[in-house]
Write a protein that binds this ligand. Structure first.
Ligand code: ADP
Ligand code: MG
Length: 205
């Protein structure tokens, strides 16, 4: 993919993710039912349906990310709504005036989103949250100049990070009340975060 991430590609990505979250709603709710309250899939399916409905034709990637973030904060609810919202809003701030993001600028943008989520939720790697998918995804982008390779490696790292949450005790969110009983269960937020980045790799990879 040579053209980079422009508004058209990013819009198509969000549509793809909305379809995926609708399809995986039951799976994500089941993951959350095991270690939380069972609403994660419904939260995200509702949020991304609203994202697609409200997006319109944003003027830039920055405007698009800001719109997505505001919609997610307003519609997802729970712990993950403000966190997913912050991810996109801080990505928007980092996107600046760019009309098209290449591998290096996407790396900068996603790193800014990670920093925002970490600052807001105070979770660290190993706490069994979406941070455990997002952190390796950001790391996988470092030094990769080919956008297709970067997005593919980043999505794979996120999937691996999400799967690795199975062995962790949770230190943030509802799952933290379970102590060792959370072991063996994959974190729903890390799983949905990996799906988000898989969607981008499929759309633009
Ligand atoms: P709730 O827990 O309020 O029902 P969701 O079910 O939508 O919200 O989202 C749960 C997910 O949110 C968890 O699987 C975890 O990945 C993420 N999460 C919860 N707290 C934090 C936090 N402090 N930092 C990062 N992610 C978090
Ligand atoms: Mg929940």
């Amino acid at each position: 993919m040579s053209g980079g991430l422009d508004v058209a590609v990013l819009t198509a990505w969000l549509g793809r993710v909305a379809v995926r979250y609708a399809a995986e709603q039951g799976y994500l709710c089941d993951l959350d039912a095991a270690i939380g309250d069972g609403d994660h899939g419904a939260n995200l399916a509702r949020g991304f349906t609203a994202v697609v409905a409200k997006l319109g034709q944003p003027a830039s990637p920055a405007a698009l990310f800001k719109s997505v973030g505001m919609t997610l904060i307003g519609t997802v609810g729970g712990a993950s709504g403000p966190l997913y919202g912050t991810l996109f809003i801080d990505m928007g701030k980092a996107a600046g005036e760019s009309t098209t993001l290449d591998a290096a600028s996407w790396a900068k943008v996603l790193a800014a989103g990670l920093a925002g989520v970490a600052a807001r939720g105070k979770a660290q790697p190993g706490d069994k949250t979406m941070i455990d998918a997002l952190t390796p995804a950001v790391q996988a982008l470092q030094g990769e100049t080919d956008l297709t390779a970067a997005l593919t490696a980043s999505a794979a790292a996120a999937v691996h990070g999400a799967e690795a949450t199975k062995k962790l005790i949770a230190h943030k969110g509802r799952a933290s009340y379970l102590g060792e009983r959370a072991i063996g269960h994959q974190d729903p937020g890390a799983t949905s975060l990996a799906m988000l980045l898989q969607g981008l790799a499929s759309e633009a990879g």
